[in-house]
Design a protein around this ligand. Structure first.
Ligand code: HAX
Length: 429
């Protein structure tokens, strides 16, 4: 037994009996009605999944276990993972235990490196990250012990897999970075010392002065805390949940979530925003004026394209994750010309979008700020940014998987309707 298993084992009976009581008394309660428009519209607004790790509030942004994310910006990944899973902060002993546990589980089996070595050199970084994650399935404890474990105890094996994966994903992501940079065999074991995010920063092997190295390590800590979860129904989390609901283990499930995140209209916005800023630099020179940025935005909208880095499907106020990273950037990288242009863009974009009058949110989103920050510290391969995003979201996906397994979430099986059925229902047949 370990401290995290122990704490979850204490919490689960209460959660299970709450669920049973709710179902016994209110199983027929209607949570929402579903319209034809919603079914055709990607199920926007339809409650279809229960996720207790976080919610996204249109005004307040990401709320993790009841705490607004802006209150969590001083935490590390270990504390936030404990919070996501248990709904409470770890005490000192629990936090230190988790830190040591993750460091001790970080070694990646050699067969994963054979998979990486055999992938075509120009493979997309997300393909490599997902492939490596999937390859670890061979070591899944849940897969190994599935036939011996009863339903009530299966979560213990899922938690083992979640801890293994949480420990190893930064090693995989760092290896993808080195492979994408053309270094044939630079993937090494994780350093024994340091927190989860410090070890990842070290494994990237970027060259920084000591103050920049400290700032970069702190940026990664903040980045991963801010990107650790985003409800259970974004395409990435939902894909992970659906695969996990079939009792596929965490490697299959996280790989599926990453595959969804790789889509251009999902996890790619950080890359797209930086490309947009770089294109302005190319067009006008390295310091476009405010008037030039405004013209460029107007021309983009007139050409029927979106202003990347603005708007959100749910948020209707400034994203606290943007606010936190923007204030980090203002403190640490204000002299960077790319950031200076991006910063003008954040100020000019909202008015341009407002005058176009279509977007429901005109605020910069979190993806607007991550590119300039990562680029400043040497992560200049833009295709890598979705790997960073996926590494962050995996923290929450793993917590959600364990909780869903522990609470016996059933296999996903919504019903589909045929066009013939819809024609009959709508009288258009
Ligand atoms: N630039 C131009 N037009 C925009 C816009 C933007 N940044 N944001 C929204 N709009 C437009 C929409 O395209 C839509 O136009 P149509 O009616 O012609 O289709 C209209 O305004 C209403 O859209 P909405 O309801 O405000 O927003 P959606 O829920 O449809 O879409 C998006 C949300 C994030 C996809 C959208 O704001 C967008 O495309 N933004 C730019 C890309 C981006 O930054 N994406 C990252 C979002 C953060 C995130 O979730 N990351 O994972």
């Amino acid at each position: 037994m370990t401290l995290l298993h122990d704490r979850l084992a204490q919490l689960l009976p209460g959660l299970r009996s709450e669920r049973s009581a709710m179902l016994a008394q209110h199983a027929e309660l209607e949570l929402c009605a579903v319209s034809l428009g919603q079914v055709y519209g990607g199920l926007r607004g339809v409650i279809g999944v229960i996720c207790d790790t976080s919610v996204v509030d249109p005004q307040r942004g990401l709320i993790i276990r009841g705490r607004p994310v802006r209150e969590l910006t001083g935490l590390g990944v270990e504390e936030v993972f404990w919070l996501l899973l248990c709904g409470e902060y770890p005490d000192k002993a629990q936090k230190e235990w988790l830190r040591a546990e993750l460091a001790s589980r970080a070694r990646v089996p050699d067969y994963a490196w054979s998979v990486l070595a055999s992938a075509p050199p120009d493979s997309h970084p997300m393909v490599l990250f997902s492939l490596l994650t999937l390859s670890l399935q061979r070591s899944s404890r849940q897969a190994r012990d599935y036939h011996e474990l009863g339903k009530e105890s299966l979560w213990r094996a899922t938690l083992e897999d979640a801890l293994d994966l949480l420990a190893r994903l930064p090693v995989l992501a760092a290896a993808v970075w080195h492979r994408d940079q053309g270094r044939a065999q630079a993937w090494a074991d994780s350093p024994a010392e340091g927190s989860w995010s410090e070890r990842f920063a070290a494994m990237l092997s970027l060259t920084h002065s000591p103050p920049a190295a400290a700032a970069f390590a702190d940026l990664l800590r903040l980045y991963f805390v801010l990107h650790c979860d985003h409800e259970g129904s974004n395409a990435c989390a939902l894909a992970c949940h659906t695969v996990g609901s079939a009792h596929s283990d965490a490697c299959y499930s996280i790989s599926a979530g990453l595959n969804a995140l790789a889509g251009p209209i999902h996890g790619l916005a950080s890359e797209m925003t930086l490309r947009f800023v770089l294109a302005m630099h190319k067009h006008y020179g390295s310091a476009p004026s405010e008037g030039q940025i405004e013209d460029y935005c107007q021309q983009t909208l007139a050409a029927g394209r979106v202003l990347p880095g603005f708007g959100h499907a749910v948020l209707r106020a400034a994203d606290p994750r943007f606010v936190a990273l923007h204030s980090f950037a203002a403190e640490h990288i204000s002299v960077d010309p790319l950031y200076a242009t991006a910063d003008h863009y954040y100020r000019i974009g909202p008015a341009v979008l407002a005058s176009a009058g279509k977007a429901k949110s005109i605020h910069p989103n979190v993806d607007a700020i991550t590119g300039p920050l990562l680029h400043h510290y040497g992560l200049t391969e833009l295709r890598y940014y979705t790997v960073m995003f996926g590494l962050g979201l995996s923290i929450g996906m793993l917590a959600q998987l364990v909780l869903n397994r522990a609470l016996g979430s059933p296999i996903m099986r919504p019903r589909s309707a045929s066009l013939a059925e819809l024609r009959e229902l709508t009288g258009t047949g």
